[in-house]
Design a protein around this ligand. Sequence first.
Ligand code: PAF
Length: 282
Amino acid sequence: MQVISDIPLLRQQRREWQNNGRVIAFVPTMGNLHQGHLNLVREAKKHADEVVVSIFVNPMQFGPDEDLEAYPRTLERDALLLEELGVSLLFVPKVADIYARGLEQQTFVEVPGISYMICGASRPGHFRGVATIVCKLFNMVQPNLAFFGEKDFQQLQVIKAMVTDLSMNLQVFGVPTTREDDGLAMSSRNQYLTAQQRLIAPILYAQLQALVASIKQGRRDFSKLVSACKAHLLEHGFSPDYIEVRAAQTLMPPSHEDTDLVILAAAFLGKTRLIDNIQFQF
Ligand code: PAF
């Protein structure tokens, strides 16, 4: 596996592959890889000749009071895991090269509407930071295919909208969330949890499952269901940020005709913000 920081070197390898007709899949990450990331790579390998993974903790998508400094950085271990999986190239760009003119001056990509709701309302500017870095990475790697986790459901929708709106020449794949045995969605942020919080954490997913079950049984009083769910989470020591029932394609509140739904949730356990979602039909 090649490990490359230099953007011109990446482009050179990209050109070689293209000249040889190789199909290139791309998995962008912020590192600290867990089985969820590795499953993205495994899926990417099924569809492509060469898999490129990037590790870049993107300052532009962190708010001023968020965990940019504390975000776990485990490059050596990550590189070993990717090598074992047969990744062709690990791209580890430097902040100074990515934001060469400084973050303040950086041209940005923003997908309107969908970026401002739900997680976007709680984390202003977050999806602008995500769309901008993913657009830049796509321009550097120029993949044929790109793979993202469904755990970040809204992020996936933002990226799909960007690819459509900007006529980008690649296909975006969502990969189902990888869970621990007790149901907790895998996330690099889970390691911030204390032992006690880790025991409580799976209740978030269990509550979402209970909500889905109620809706499938015919309940349509979403706001009542959501309030009960928030109260339950509070009792267990969570501070719920949001729980929303939305139409899966648009993320708008569902109309009577919408049958493809998603429940999205974010809740704090202490300082750790957990997110999860379940997409379902009814
Ligand atoms: O999901 C992530 O890890 C990040 O938001 C991404 C897509 C790598 C962009 O920095």
